[in-house]
Write a protein that binds this ligand. Structure first.
Ligand code: 5RP
Length: 242
């Protein structure tokens, strides 16, 4: 019985990984030589970074701008040339992941704690492709995944109280890495993350603005009207939302 359950779990994980790879590699087909490419963060985008690395080694001429220190490290390992927004303020195409996607292409992002840089990169991008596996598609945002909100450390308890007035309940994200003692997670920007447990976000645009209006909030993970296309890896192939 235990063996059967472990086996089923392994099959589920393998299916999800296949779906992520399928979606991510499909997105790389839109990348052309000469482009400045926004490089998202997460386990799905990881497959796009590997593929872009292989394409660069075969002559693809691109320059990437990473959305996190983690992505920067992978891109350097894959020998993808990198630049900054200071040098290249306009990005031709960004490939990024998401934690939840609705039918209007609204997103929740920030599961990987990179939402601030991801939103800055999104704002500078002419085109944004979002790559997900089928588990990320949701009827109402905030039903399957808590909303990440990046906050400054000073007075964070007061900021959390104000955020809770909007979402009801939030938790301070902790470091999950095994080699570190339990402590609050610190983002690449030196801040904390609150994970906000909504029972569905029915007006994402309004909630995005309301939360960002609280002193101490740096940014939240609601992305409205940002994605041009969502590429979904499913067990029966690729689907698109646009
Ligand atoms: C990081 C993000 C990621 O894109 C999002 O969490 C999806 O990650 P994964 O592909 O690992 O599920 O927003 O801040």
């Amino acid at each position: 019985m235990l063996f059967r359950r472990l086996f089923d779990k392994l099959i589920r994980i393998m299916n999800t990984e296949n779906q992520k790879k399928l979606a991510a590699e499909k997105a790389t087909e839109s990348v052309q030589s000469g482009m400045i490419v926004g490089l998202g963060t997460g386990s799905t985008v990881y497959y796009a970074l590997l593929k872009l690395g292989a394409m660069v080694s075969e002559g693809l001429d691109i320059i990437g701008i990473p959305t996190s220190e983690g992505t920067e490290k992978i891109a350097l390992e894959e020998k993808i040339p990198l630049t900054t927004l200071a040098t290249h303020p306009t990005i031709d195409l960004t490939i990024d992941g998401a934690d939840e996607v609705d039918a209007h292409l609204n997103l929740i992002k920030g599961g990987g704690a990179a939402l601030v840089r991801e939103k800055i990169i999104a704002n500078a991008s002419k085109e944004i492709l979002i790559v997900v596996d089928e588990s990320k598609v949701s009827r109402v945002l905030g039903t399957n995944f808590p909303l990440p909100v990046e906050i400054v450390r000073f007075g964070w308890e007061a900021t959390q109280t104000a955020v809770n007035r909007i979402c009801g309940k939030s938790t301070l994200r902790q470091n999950t890495s095994q080699d570190e003692d339990a402590s609050p997670l610190i983002t690449d920007n030196g801040n904390y993350i609150l994970d906000c447990h909504f029972e569905g976000i029915r007006a994402p645009e309004a909630v995005e603005m309301q939360i960002n209006n609280i002193p101490g909030v740096v940014e939240n993970g609601i992305f409205v009207n940002r994605a041009d296309q969502v590429i979904i890896g499913t067990s029966s192939g690729i689907q698109y939302m646009e």
